[in-house]
Every structure is written in structure tokens, then in C-alpha cells.
Write a protein that binds this ligand. Structure first.
Ligand SMILES: CSCCC(=O)/C(O)=C/O
Ligand SMILES: [Fe+2]
Ligand code: NI
Length: 185
């Protein structure tokens, strides 16, 4: 089940509100310019599937997004709990950073947790299969896949070079809840 928790950015102990209805989540996130939509994860894909398999299965959706929104590059992160580099991969996204382009991710399987830091609040979003999230460029955020990652996400980039991040050097991510391993992992 997808979930949004909103915190004051100085009070990680207790959320101000918790939302599990997709329309509520989309509504709360739209207020701060974040896109959150449900797409049909039409092709059954298991975490651990190769990038080529995932892109082939979702070619039509990817082509449509690329044509409509001008994305220049696409890749796939596909991880299951026995991945030998899971700890390093988890660490890569775990500190607060920004991108100079929108962060657009479509979860075709499993789950992952995005946490956004904006306007004095922290928005912790558990994304699940079928969720598409679009985080505006320049938004401070981090991402957790838990110690036992289980997800497949398609990433779309306007930058031809793919994933480039600017780390803020802030330690806020250490104070907010990490993702707990997902029930389906
Ligand atoms: C779910 S995609 C992997 C994370 C990523 O690309 C990113 O930039 C996280 O902030
Ligand atoms: Fe990011
Ligand atoms: Ni769930």
C-alpha cells in the first residue's frame, strides 16, 4: 500500500499526517508541485529482471513519456534482496541531494521510499508498484530501498548522461525514518 507521511522538518518523531489513499497522496503532493500518479504496471516483472527485459516490456509507456515530455534517456534499477552490492547501492541515494532535472520514476514492481524536504516539511512517500512520481528539479530529497531491496523502477532523464546528483552535505536524512523491508520482499 502506498503511503505519504508529512513531518515538520524539525520533528521526525511524529508525523503531522499520514495518507494512504492514492487520491489524497496525489492531492497533498500536488500542493508542493510533486507529481504522483497511478499507472498500470501491465507487464509482470520480477525484481532482478534485466534492464533490457524491463524496457522491452514497458516500451510503449516509455516511448509515450519520452515523446510527450522530451526525456532523453531511460534506465532501470531492478534489485532483489540477495543483490551482492545492495548495501553500496542503498548508500548511494541515502543522503540529501538534488538534481538539475525533474526526477521521474515509475515503479513497475516492489517498493521504495522517497523522502522530500521542502517548505519546512518532510514528505516521506512509500512508492509501490504502479506509482509514478515526478519530483521537481532542485528539490532536496533522498531515497531508501531498505536493507532488503525489492523493486524495479524505470528512471527517465532529460539529461542524456542519466543520473547526476548534487549532495547538499546536510545530515537531515539520518534523523528521519528509514524504509523497513517491504512485506512482499
Ligand atoms: C527509485 S530510482 C533510484 C533512486 C534515484 O534515482 C534517485 O535519484 C533517488 O533520489
Ligand atoms: Fe534523487
Ligand atoms: Ni505494500
Amino acid at each position: 500500500m502506498s503511503r505519504l507521511r508529512i513531518f515538520n522538518d524539525t520533528q521526525p518523531q511524529a508525523p503531522l499526517s499520514v495518507h494512504t489513499d492514492h487520491a489524497d497522496i496525489a492531492h497533498e503532493l500536488a500542493k508542493v508541485g510533486v507529481r504522483f500518479e497511478q499507472w498500470e504496471a501491465s507487464q509482470p516483472i520480477a525484481p532482478g529482471a534485466s534492464q533490457d527485459e524491463v524496457i522491452a516490456a514497458y516500451r510503449a509507456d516509455i516511448d509515450r513519456l519520452m515523446a510527450e515530455e522530451g526525456y532523453q534517456a531511460v534506465d532501470v534499477i531492478s534489485l532483489k534482496p540477495d543483490h551482492p552490492d545492495r548495501a553500496t547501492l542503498r548508500q548511494k541515494f541515502l543522503s540529501e541531494h538534488t538534481h538539475s532535472e525533474d526526477e521521474v520514476r515509475f515503479f513497475v514492481a516492489g517498493a521504495g521510499q522517497f523522502t522530500l524536504h521542502l517548505e519546512g516539511k518532510v514528505y516521506d512517500i512509500l512508492c509501490e508498484q504502479g506509482d509514478l512520481i515526478g519530483v521537481p528539479d532542485g528539490t532536496r530529497h533522498w531515497f531508501d530501498m531498505s536493507e532488503s531491496p525489492y523493486f524495479v523502477a524505470i528512471r527517465l532523464f532529460t539529461n542524456k548522461d542519466g543520473w547526476v546528483a548534487q549532495f547538499t552535505g546536510e545530515d537531515i536524512a539520518e534523523r528521519f525514518p528509514r524504509m523497513t523491508p517491504h512485506a512482499t520482499a
